[in-house]
Design a binder for this molecule. Structure first.
Ligand SMILES: [Zn+2]
Length: 463
């Protein structure tokens, strides 16, 4: 038996009991939290949302204010039906105060929809955003429930990016959790289709023209509501994730639902200020900012012209935001700056270097095209060459079988290849992941699932 909650249009809440009703919100909650926790969740709902927009407005502005000193804006995602009811509030923040993206037409799991239905609902969501004049670039699925078909739909309908790939950071001591909490935690990981965190998985990547920006878990809901960590502990966990992301040179996309924004204000400020403790700068920005950067960066190229033995003229075709990195080479005529590990930054787009080999990769003639695409995207220059000429280059790759067909295979092979390139101890010049010498990136995002108590209960009937 499931507790069915119906919010009637007259504004009256009715609690009725019925069996076998398919409800996304209810089934998701019970599946991952158990009936006891679900009941507890109901109590919290009344404490976090009001019957008016007031509390959520305060929460949204609290996040916006926390980011102001970092000259950054948050990225919020909202289902179209919720936007439709609160268009004025969203119009007030969309643009220079916050980025607003689409979180479904209603708050449902796209994994339960056919390709055609996903297309239809996404189109419906777009038309609501257009009608309300809310600009958008990105899509995040409720429950991070995306499929290959979703990506095709997003690309077809002109989205610039999606932010659904859930990367798990192993920062929680699982042995300390009770069996009940542990099983809930594991169910969440399964539901979010979580993948391991490594330096490759923490970068954006292209799916056709769509930029895919990974999001990080555990999110605020897992830490605060399920595992019941204290504010201080959450601040410590987020800061610890930021430290790891910094070391890996990736992006930390925090998902902080506005309903917990006031409760997590202190941990959020701890996380943000931890970015200032690093020796290299961390780019705090919106997801739209990341997506635009990834598109800009994809056009960058490097060209090497031999001048004499062990001497090359390097020409970088890029914008002024690029981070041009070098290792184990000597730059003759232009300024450089210390960067991370063995790498230093070259502060010019045209310069002469000395090195025992050409500081780019050689790839065999039979290596498949997807390896080329991968190297372009990761900012590593290469030339096709025969095995006999391999010694002229920093490193030689011979991968005729390519980088895999299934998602799992591709993730594994790309992660391994990326690690191999990162660890090279030979002369190399390449493009860093982030602009202007930033070592890592941080985006504060939040899914506005509901704005009022009414929205919360409407979700049950809307899906
Ligand atoms: Zn959501």
């Amino acid at each position: 038996m499931l507790t069915q909650l119906i919010y009637s249009l007259t504004g009256r809440l009715e609690f009725t009991i019925s069996g076998g009703i398919r409800m996304n919100l209810v089934s998701f909650s019970i599946k991952t939290k158990g009936i006891h926790n679900f009941t507890r969740r109901l109590t919290t709902v009344f404490s976090r949302f009001g019957f008016s927009e007031r509390r959520t407005r305060r929460a949204l502005y609290s996040v916006i204010k926390s980011l102001e000193p970092y000259e950054a804006i948050p990225s919020f995602f909202i289902p179209a039906v919720v936007l439709n009811r609160h268009a004025k509030l969203l119009a007030e923040i969309a643009g220079h105060r916050a980025e607003v993206g689409i979180h479904g037409y209603v708050h449902n799991d796209y994994r339960t929809l056919s390709h055609k239905e996903q297309h239809k609902q996404t189109e419906k969501a777009i038309s609501v955003f257009e009608e309300k004049h809310i600009p958008f670039q990105g899509f995040r699925n409720p429950y991070l429930g995306w499929t290959e078909e979703s990506l095709e739909v997003f690309a077809q309908l002109g989205f610039v990016y999606d932010s659904n790939d859930a990367v798990i950071h192993e920062v929680i001591d699982l042995e300390q959790l009770s069996p009940l909490l542990l099983s809930g935690y594991e169910k969440s990981l399964e539901l979010f289709q979580a993948i391991e965190s490594n330096s490759y998985n923490l970068r954006p990547y292209f799916f056709g023209k769509l930029v895919r920006i990974p999001t990080s878990i555990p999110d605020d809901e897992m830490l605060f509501d399920r595992l019941r960590f204290s504010e201080k502990e959450i601040g410590r966990i987020w800061t610890c994730i930021m430290q790891r992301v910094y070391e890996l040179g990736g992006i930390y996309v925090l998902n902080l639902h506005p309903e917990r924004a006031l409760l997590c204000k202190h941990p959020l400020n701890m996380l943000l200020s931890s970015t200032l403790d690093q020796s290299l700068p961390v780019w705090v920005t919106s997801l739209a900012g990341v997506a635009q950067w990834w598109i800009e960066r994809s056009q960058f190229r490097l060209h090497f012209e031999p001048l004499a033995s062990h001497r090359w003229q390097v020409e970088a075709t890029c914008t002024s935001r690029s981070t041009l990195l070098a290792r184990h080479v000597e730059v003759e005529d232009q300024p450089t700056a210390k960067w991370y590990g063995n790498d230093f930054q070259v502060l010019s787009q045209r310069f002469i270097i000395n090195a025992p080999q050409c500081p780019c990769l050689g790839i065999s003639l039979q290596t498949s095209q997807d390896v080329e695409n991968f190297l372009f995207e990761q900012g590593y220059p290469f030339v096709r060459c025969s095995e006999q000429d391999a010694h002229n280059y920093a490193h030689f790759l011979d991968i005729p079988e390519g980088l895999g067909t299934t998602r799992k295979e591709q993730m594994q092979r790309k992660s391994a290849l990326f690690k191999e390139l990162e660890e090279l101890e030979t002369p190399l010049i390449y493009y860093g992941c982030w602009p202007k010498g930033y070592r890592a990136a941080l985006s504060i995002t939040g899914d506005i699932d509901s704005i009022t108590i009414q929205d919360f209960f409407r979700r049950v009937v809307e899906v």
